[in-house]
Design a protein around this ligand. Structure first.
Ligand code: URP
Ligand code: ZN
Ligand code: ZN
Ligand code: ZN
Length: 479
């Protein structure tokens, strides 16, 4: 039994005395686990001349529907823009709209002494940021050269923050794109051709070398290929500071054969960077890498664009806005591909979908753990729930789903966000603005050492007792 009131757990054990007026949820035969943490989303992001379809309301609502109770989004400043200004813009967009808690990574999209000063401010208690993303791709937009990347990674280590990289060689991509377009390859299939596995693997290796030179830990976002995982494994065997690899629901749940689909909309809907790989054995290899700790966590990189926006790239694949869905289906897809196939057990599932992110981003054990005094973010997972994923029934703002038609067994029956039942026996009842901004303190003991590390508890069937809770937000019941 597990009793909570307000937004934290109060008691955990057998035969507890249930306070009067308490609602009881029977979780017999279900798994009770900490709410999912998606370490990689893009809500209300403007990129490549378009704005993502999912805003902070729709995006976090979709997250909750799928069992995720915390997301970490990316502030991405324009080149030359103050990081603080960009951070404030993001807070303004998100606060008041989010249905679950959210944290922020900040992009270092250009380099100067003022950027270094902004980073120092951002890691303070006032702003609560502990991770910065640098791009090795998107030449002429967000890409840093190796010198600036080295400086930015060094700054992260000095501030005891975590550097993150988007690892692809932007120069090679730019030249390959010119050559492909000149040869008449203009459709979405050109996207993967311009940036194959080798282009990702090279950048993973280079990023690891730079981090090692800076004596810094490193987190590589959205790892999409076997070559990338191999490069990370090799670096890990020779380097001391920790290296973390994140993959995506998209990588596990679909593949790059869709780029050859004759329908532009279909193929373009799968365009993200790094791309999905045409090698059909990649998804299974990535699931195994997650199970074997060659990769540490799974995000979604949710970055959805409407069809009219994807059409900006009709006639030139390099202009297709990059991004796919995933925040809603991330957990069900991994359960289906990882747990139902016997590749990973439910404990590892909890680690890669929740607890490890909480530890890396230094919000554990408040997040990512079911224990007394932890936040009451909970999923009652029904391993027998059956569903066919479809854009017709998902909660995203877009009308395309890259997992369309996939049958998944296992999904959330109840999702409790900060003590509020937001998915109630399958009924979504989120409240706009119920979520809070989650500060992520620097100097994570998990990353920088010095703290005791305790494994996430095994999820087990139990009864969940719920105290009624008053919230400010307006509930929005829906089927
Ligand atoms: O294609 C992607 N991944 N879109 C979002 C931006 C990024 O690089 O994460
Ligand atoms: Zn990226
Ligand atoms: Zn189609
Ligand atoms: Zn991303």
């Amino acid at each position: 039994m597990l009793i909570y009131s307000e937004s934290a757990y109060r008691q955990l054990g057998r035969n507890l005395i249930i306070p009067g007026g308490t609602r009881t949820i029977d979780a017999t035969g279900k798994l009770v686990m900490p709410g999912g943490i998606d370490p990689h989303t893009h809500f209300e992001l403007e990129m490549m001349g378009a704005k993502t379809a999912d805003d902070f309301y729709k995006g976090t609502r979709a997250a909750v529907a799928g069992g995720t109770t915390t997301v970490i989004d990316f502030v991405l400043p324009e080149k030359g823009q103050s990081l603080i200004e960009a951070y404030n813009n993001w807070r303004e967009k998100a606060d008041g709209k989010v249905c679950c808690d959210y944290g922020l990574h900040v992009g270092v999209t250009w380099w100067s002494p003022s950027v270094r000063k902004d980073m120092e401010k951002l890691v303070s208690e006032e702003y609560g940021v502990n991770s910065f993303k640098m791009f090795m791709a998107y030449k002429d937009a967000w890409m840093l050269n190796d010198y600036d990347l080295y400086c930015a990674i060094e700054a992260c280590a000095e501030l005891r923050a975590l550097p993150q990289v988007h690892a692809e060689n932007g120069h090679i991509i730019a030249r390959n794109t010119e050559k492909l377009l000149a040869a008449g390859v203009t459709g979405p299939e050109g996207h993967e051709k311009s940036r194959d596995e080798e282009v990702e693997g090279e950048a993973v290796n280079r990023a690891c070398v730079i981090a090692n030179q800076a004596d810094s830990p490193l987190y590589i976002v959205h790892m999409m290929s076997k070559s990338a995982v191999r490069a990370l494994q090799q670096a890990r065997s020779r380097q001391r500071p920790p290296l973390y690899g994140e993959t995506l629901a998209a990588t596990v749940g679909t593949d790059g054969t869709h780029y050859r689909n004759a329908c532009f909309r279909h193929a373009a809907a799968h365009v993200l960077s790094p791309p999905l790989r045409p090698d059909p054995s990649t998804p299974q290899a990535i699931v195994e890498a997650l199970a074997d700790d060659h990769l540490q966590l799974i995000g979604s990189d949710n970055c959805t664009f409407h069809e009219k926006d994807k059409e900006l790239g009709k006639g030139n694949f390099a202009k297709i806005p990059n991004g796919v869905n995933g925040v809603e289906d991330r957990m069900a897809i991994l359960w289906q591909k990882g747990v139902n196939t016997g590749v990973m057990d439910p404990c590892r599932f909890v680690a890669v979908t929740s607890s490890t992110a909480a530890k890396i981003f230094n919000v554990w054990p408040a997040k990512g753990r079911v224990d007394v005094n932890s936040d009451a973010d909970l999923v009652v997972w029904d391993p027998r729930q059956e569903r066919t994923i479809s854009a017709a029934t998902h909660h995203h703002a877009v009308d395309f789903n890259i997992f369309e038609g996939q049958h998944v067994v296992g999904g959330p029956q109840y999702v409790i966000v900060g003590g509020r039942v937001c998915l109630d026996d399958g009924q979504l009842r989120v409240a706009e603005g119920h979520g809070k901004f989650l500060k992520t303190p620097t100097n994570s003991p998990y990353v920088y050492g010095g703290g005791e590390e305790v494994d996430a508890p095994a999820p087990k069937p139990l009864h969940v007792e719920i105290q009624p809770r008053v919230t400010n937000g307006t509930p929005t019941p829906e089927a």
